[in-house]
Each structure stands twice: as C-alpha cells, then as structure tokens.
Design a protein around this ligand. Structure first.
Ligand code: FE2
Length: 412
C-alpha cells in the first residue's frame, strides 16, 4: 500500500509512505507505485501522526456518571462515594460492555495505546477480571496496560497488600499506590515501599496516584522519586497527577526538582479532571490544581497527558478524545507559545509512549508496525485549533476506525 503526499506531524514537505505486510517499508519524498500496489491518494496534504496514547484513564469506572446518583459537589471525595454506590451493580459482563464501548470511542479518536487503572480494592476483583479478559480480546486493535490501583490504599483498606499482590499475579502490568489517601504519613511511605517490593518481585512497572490533593504538605512524590532513584527504575515509574506540586512553595520545589531529575521518573497530568477537581476547598483565588507541566518539561522530565475519567463520578463529561486534554493542558499550564502549541501533540503521542515504556516499536519509522492516524488538517496547529477529526486510524496497515471529513457551509 502506498500512502501519497502526507505530512509527518508539522513537516511542511510531504512524503509518500509504503506499507508492506503491515509494516512501514519506506518513507521518502516520492515513491513510485509498484505494479498492483494499492495507492491511497485522498490523504494528500493531510497530517499523519503515530496513534494517540492515553496514558492515564480509569476504564473500569467509565460511562457510569449519574448512576445511581450524580456527583453534585464535584469533589474527588464525593466521586469516590458515588463510585462506592455503583459498585454493587458491577458484574464481569456489565464492566465488559461499558469498557468495550469506551474502547471503541477511543479507537474512533485515534487511540491505540491505553494505560488504564483498575480499582483492586474489591475482594472479588470483578473489574480486574473483566478488563484482563478484554485486554486479550481487543489486542489486535488496542494495546491495553492495566494498573492494579488500590483506590482506598494498600494499608488503609482490609487486605490491601494481598489484593495488590493477587492482581499482579493475575496479570496486571503495573503496580499502583495512592499514598495521599492512606490514613497516615507512615502508611503513605510504607505503601510506596510495598508497591516497589511487589513490582520488583513480579517484574512490573509502577504508576502511583501521587499527591492528588491541594494539600501542600502532601509529599508522597519525594518518597516515590527517591525509591525510583535508588532502585534505578526511574523510566519504569510514573507519578500520576502530582497536583499538590501546584501548591508547593518554590524553595521546596527547587530542592525537589533536583531529585526528580536524578530519578528520571515520568509524570502524567490529567488537565481536564485536575482542573475540575482541584481547588474545591478554596474560596477565591482558586488554584488550578494542575502539576507544573511547563517547569517539568523545561527541566527535561517526561510529561504526558491523560483523560483520567470518561463520563464517570469524577468527570461528568468526556469523549475519549486526547485533543481535549492538550487543549486544556496548554491553557491551564500557560503554554500557548507558538512552539509550545506546535509541539504539544507529543504530550499524547511520544511522551505517552515513554510513560508506557512502549520502546522503539512505537512511532512512524521503517520496520515498525504501520500504526498511525491521518487527521483532517495539514499540521498539528490546525488540528488542535479546529478540533480536526481523525479521518483514519490504521493498525498494522489496516483501517480500524474512520470518520468522514466534516463539510461546513456558510450561506452568505
Ligand atoms: Fe486517576
């Protein structure tokens, strides 16, 4: 198959892309079609990107907003309460039906790689079982990484450690923790020790819900980064949210930044949900509650963006479109400089791939699986600004989702 005259990300010069046996075979300014080769010319002038990476979402809770009740205060803690009320309705099939729907929404928006957190503070581990099954069922279309996520804590929930270990044994890819939600500072530190111990025992990655609170005294991150640094595991470790960093004083931040750089851990911000849930205890001025994306990025640390929640007790909106996270992230992070805009696709492509440890197999280059998206725009600036749809989502050279271009007509 020969894809003619597309733009790789923001490149102004177009290229032809040859795909053979589901892999990128050649990329050059001009390639002659081989005899009998399928030629795709209707994407000419459009932008091509590697598939989007959703680096932080809770698929187990998706599409449950308002059932049985809406989260009216809009706080994280009422969200947890509403989720608790939904839990009795969970069955394996119910979870699979919802998550299947969400995965198709994601595919329609060009996502092919997902890291989902799954609540394992459930003695039956119903949602985990369902999503482990789904991970295999959709493998031809989507790569799903599962984080064993202890929503109520490892030490502050009965048998939390045992459930975490069981989840990893069952096949979860990533060990989770939630130090800011543990009962005490001592539990917080010890929960991270347990998380590292189990991750190392079973050869798993680590992704921690870390300091997702406006409390400037919430400092799980320094423990997480220290453990990662000392274990030499930085690239395998992710600090999700870190919204307390928004409230840290700068003197502390300068000291912390040195450690963060030494550790080399990854960060995930969830711009829409962080802004929605953050600052809820404030009157005015109200904090934004998003971590320091601009500063972390400037220091060379890897930051990716996630949706966190798709129409669930923590977010009553959400359409599984990563563009919205970039849009909100740039505004919230004071990152609307020209270069910051043009490069911002990285937060939901290559930076996300780095968070997920996808390795060299991710990206548009000869030899890799031909996984990519074609967007209805000539570059990322326009795609972001005009909310361009993903015209085609290709997986190993085959279309797995497509959207017709929208034609707007103004009658004057
Ligand atoms: Fe989360």
């Amino acid at each position: 198959m020969l894809l003619q005259q597309v733009h790789l990300a923001n490149e102004t010069d177009a290229v032809d892309i040859r795909i053979t046996d589901g892999k990128f075979a050649a990329i050059a300014p001009h390639l002659d079609a081989l005899s009998g080769e399928e030629v795709i010319s209707d994407c000419a002038g459009k932008m091509v990107l590697p598939p989007f990476v959703e680096s932080h979402v809770h698929l187990d809770t998706c599409l449950t907003a308002g059932r049985p009740q809406w989260n009216l205060s809009g706080t994280l803690f009422e969200g947890i309460q509403r989720w608790e009320e939904y839990k009795p309705f969970l069955t394996k099939q119910e979870v699979k039906d919802r998550v299947n729907q969400a995965i198709r929404m994601q595919a329609g928006n060009g996502i092919q790689y997902v890291r989902t957190h799954v609540d394992i503070n459930d003695p039956k581990l119903t949602a985990l079982e369902a999503i482990l099954e789904l991970r295999e069922e959709v493998r031809d279309y989507m790569d799903i990484q599962i984080v064993a996520f202890p929503q109520y804590g490892i030490l502050s929930y009965p048998k939390g450690k045992e459930l975490l270990e069981q989840a990893l044994k069952m096949g979860a890819d990533v060990a989770g923790a939630i130090p800011h939600f543990e009962f005490t500072r001592e539990y917080s530190v010890e929960s991270l020790n347990i998380c590292f111990e189990l991750a190392q025992k079973y050869g798993k990655l680590i992704d921690v819900h870390c300091d997702e609170i406006d409390d400037e005294a919430s400092r799980g991150l320094e423990t997480l980064a220290t453990r990662a640094y000392e274990a030499g595991m930085g690239h395998m470790v992710t600090a999700s949210h870190t919204t307390a960093m928004h409230s840290y004083n700068n003197a502390y931040m300068i000291r912390l930044m040195r450690l963060l750089k030494l550790s080399g851990i990854n960060f995930v911000a969830n711009p829409c949900v962080n802004v929605h849930l953050g600052g809820r205890a404030d009157t005015y001025p109200k904090r934004r509650g998003m971590t320091r994306v601009k500063e972390l990025t400037a220091e060379g640390l890897n930051v990716s963006f996630g949706s966190d929640d798709i129409f669930d007790p923590w977010n009553p909106l959400g359409n599984a479109n990563m563009r919205d996270q970039v849009f909100m992230g740039l505004y919230t992070g004071h990152m609307l400089g020209y270069e910051e805009i043009t490069q911002s696709y990285r937060f939901v492509t290559e930076n996300g791939a780095r968070t997920l440890n996808l390795g060299d197999g991710y990206g548009i280059k000869v030899g890799n699986d031909a996984n990519f998206v074609v967007m209805d725009a000539k570059n990322w600036y326009d795609a972001l600004n005009f909310n361009a749809p993903v015209l085609r989502n290709y997986r190993k050279g085959k279309v797995i989702a497509h959207t017709a271009p929208v034609e707007k007509k103004v009658l004057f």
